[in-house]
Design a protein around this ligand. Structure first.
Ligand code: GDP
Length: 301
């Protein structure tokens, strides 16, 4: 049994490799929810949907958001009638978001996701980090912003001064899943806005301290592979490097996988984490994803 902590870009790529080398039924994915919100009348859970679409084989891999080959009839029509959307939601993607919104009239988010993933034929469990509402606030030079306001409307440009999210209770099944895991994997996701909210809960941290935890660095050669992690890490006082990521996870991390480009940091990281492995961590194709999955799973596969 393996639990994976995930955001919505780096870790889903790793999951594509993992399901090729182990039984998907033995995987539970615990997914960040602080970016969740209502847009155009539907509930949008960006990271959960990306994980779900990835495991269902329908993710748009150009954007790691939405369904591949989707149409945008509703999105375009909304613009024509003077109701432009903040997010560009495709028609097939929207149908699944409407279904989730309707399910949530009667069920908590975790149940709604479980129903959807089963309907999509996904064998792995997907658990949102919480059933409670949790918003992220990004304090910038231009004032406080919600996540999408910062990333979509302001294109991630303003200088970031602080990031905060309120503490929420873990969704049912998370602590048990971590406790029962042979290994917990922290995928190469944003350590501040994707993994940070999940590990901010004291019971999750306690559970992580009692199991074997392995992580892959999302920072390669002092830069994130994609996205705004550098700005966020800097704002929170962390060095933008694999060493900086290691310092965030050091209280519970047993194995850390860093990229070949970061070989120079190995010695410093080994002062924080007992086992450091070096391999190619950039996942450009399925072979890269499978190799990285094998590297992190080690003797477990
Ligand atoms: P978000 O929810 O869209 O921010 O996505 P995540 O938090 O899951 O992932 C963002 C992080 O994934 C970024 O910090 C990237 O540096 C990292 N990332 C994306 N692709 C790769 C990859 O192929 N290899 C590694 N090592 N990191 C990656």
């Amino acid at each position: 049994m393996i639990s994976v902590l995930s955001g919505g870009t780096g870790t889903p790529k790793l999951l594509q490799g993992m399901v090729q080398v182990m039984d998907p039924e033995d995987i539970t994915v615990i997914v960040n929810t602080v970016e969740n919100d209502y847009f155009s009348g539907v509930y949008v859970a960006p990271d959960v949907d990306t994980v779900m679409y990835t495991l269902a084989g329908i993710i748009n891999e150009d954007t790691w958001y939405g369904v591949k080959n989707d149409s945008f009839i509703t999105h375009d029509r909304l613009k024509e009638i003077g109701c432009p959307e903040t997010l560009r939601i495709g028609d097939r993607d929207r149908a699944l978001k409407i279904q989730k919104t309707l399910l949530m009239e009667k069920e908590p988010l975790s149940k709604a996701i479980d129903i959807q993933r089963k309907e999509l034929g996904i064998k792995s469990r997907i658990i949102p980090m919480s059933d409670q509402e949790s918003h992220i606030t990004i304090t910038t030079e231009a004032g406080e912003m919600e996540f999408h306001e910062f990333l979509v409307e302001n294109q991630g440009k303003p200088e970031v001064q602080d990031i905060s999210y309120q503490n929420v209770d873990p969704a049912p099944g998370i602590i048990e899943s971590i406790k029962n895991s042979d290994m917990v994997i922290i995928g190469p996701s944003n350590p501040i806005t994707s993994i940070g909210p999940i590990i901010s809960d004291k019971n999750v941290r306690k559970a992580l301290q009692n199991v074997y935890v392995a992580a892959i660095s999302p920072i390669v050669g002092y830069q994130p592979v994609s996205g705004p992690a550098a700005k966020f890490m800097d704002a929170m006082g962390h060095e933008i490097s694999s060493l900086g990521v290691a310092s965030i996870y050091k209280d519970f991390l047993d194995k850390f996988i860093i990229d070949l480009e970061d070989v120079d940091s190995q010695e410093e990281i080994e002062k924080l984490i007992s086992k450091v492995m070096i391999t190619q961590t950039i996942m450009r194709n399925m072979t890269d994803k499978i190799n990285l999955a094998r590297c992190i799973l080690g003797e477990n596969v």
